[in-house]
Design a protein around this ligand. Structure first.
Ligand code: PHE
Length: 340
């Protein structure tokens, strides 16, 4: 009997460590410890033994069974590790490899300035308003007091859609949308994309960005407009920057003006950037025309207001010394990486 037991253990010691896959190991487990195994049949025969031999044989059988179980579990652990490593290799994941450096993106310079502009106006007490890029003729022109025969309404200047709508040529229609939905006092800015049928060159792009401002209340005057714009450009370009206003015409403001700032490059001495004038054009401005107030149902006797529209692309170019507007739209990583 003892010999038989020893033989079983010897066989297990030979076969189990040599096993190379988990399925076969399961077969070996059944073979050595299952219900039909030799070990099992010996165990069931213990009762037939003379009583004095039973403890000794029983003990020997138990020890053997434990040893075989240990052989099986060690082997199982080993084979499982190997199979995990293999499947990692098959899926080409090398868990020992160090991580790859991920290059972090950065905000486009235009949107950095966009946010800086928003921050400045928020600190001045303005709220941000939004309007759609696709506009109706009413909001982009009619409500803004722009007559049918105004050159801006020409196909050569404006992108019209087949259904008669258009891509807004300015952020000014947001003025109308805000006034239609709110009563005074109003103090908003509205940055956004605009579209004009312009040929691409160093200072023109069919897609460009403006920031509109509108303030309406009782007793708003032209000095309020000048003070707001002047304090804006000083916050943006520094306290030494001076601004000036030249008379101009816009259908929706009266009086209207164009604002210039002292050239940020030469401080007014005259250089290539300012075409030797010493001044840089920043955008249009003016007091809201009473006709516009009538279109939105405001009483022009009671309320006055000012509005202005500045080019965000131009401001970005001036702030960062970018000389060609196309660089803002080409998404050339060599340019964009300089702003991270
Ligand atoms: N919308 C005008 C433009 O695009 C600028 C402007 C805005 C002028 C507000 C006056 C008041 O040229």
């Amino acid at each position: 009997m003892k010999e038989k037991i020893n033989q079983i253990l010897e066989n297990a010691k030979e076969e189990i460590p040599a096993c190379q896959d988990l399925d076969k190991l399961e077969d070996l487990r059944i073979k050595f410890t299952g219900k039909k195994s030799k070990l099992h049949s010996l165990l069931s025969k213990i009762g037939e033994l003379p009583a004095e031999r039973r403890p000794e044989i029983g003990k020997a059988l138990n020890i053997t069974k434990n040893k075989i179980n240990k052989l099986l579990s060690d082997k199982k652990e080993e084979l499982e590790k190997i199979s995990q490593r293999k499947s990692a290799q098959e899926s080409k994941i090398d868990i020992t490899m160090t991580g790859r450096q991920i290059s972090l993106g950065a905000k486009h310079p235009l949107y950095q300035i966009w946010e800086e502009i928003e921050d400045i106006f928020i600190r001045l007490g303005f709220e941000i308003a939004e309007g759609p890029d696709i506009e109706t003729e009413y909001y982009n022109f009619d409500a803004l007091n722009t007559p049918e025969d105004h050159p801006a309404r020409n196909l050569q200047d404006t992108f019209y859609l087949k259904n008669g709508n258009l891509l807004r040529t300015q952020t000014s229609p947001v003025q109308i949308r805000v006034m239609e939905n709110h009563s005074p006092p109003i103090r908003i800015i509205s940055p956004g994309r605009c579209y004009r049928n312009d040929k691409v060159d160093a200072s023109h792009s069919p897609v460009f960005h403006q920031v509109e401002a509108l303030v309406v209340d009782e007793d708003i005057t032209f000095p309020d407009l000048k003070g707001t714009l002047d304090s804006f450009v000083k916050r943006l370009f520094g306290p030494k920057i001076r601004s000036r206003f030249r008379p101009h015409f816009f259908p929706f403001t009266e009086p209207s003006a164009e604002m210039d700032i002292l050239c940020v490059n030469c401080n007014g001495k005259g250089c290539k950037l300012c075409k030797n004038s010493g001044w840089l054009e920043m955008g249009g401005a003016g007091m809201v025309d009473p006709a516009v107030f009538k279109n939105v149902g405001y009483d022009p006797e009671k309320y006055t207001g000012f509005a202005f529209g500045l080019g965000i692309d131009r401001i970005t170019m001036l702030k960062y010394g970018i000389s060609d507007m196309r660089l803002l739209f080409q998404n050339d990583l060599r340019i964009l990486k300089q702003f991270s």
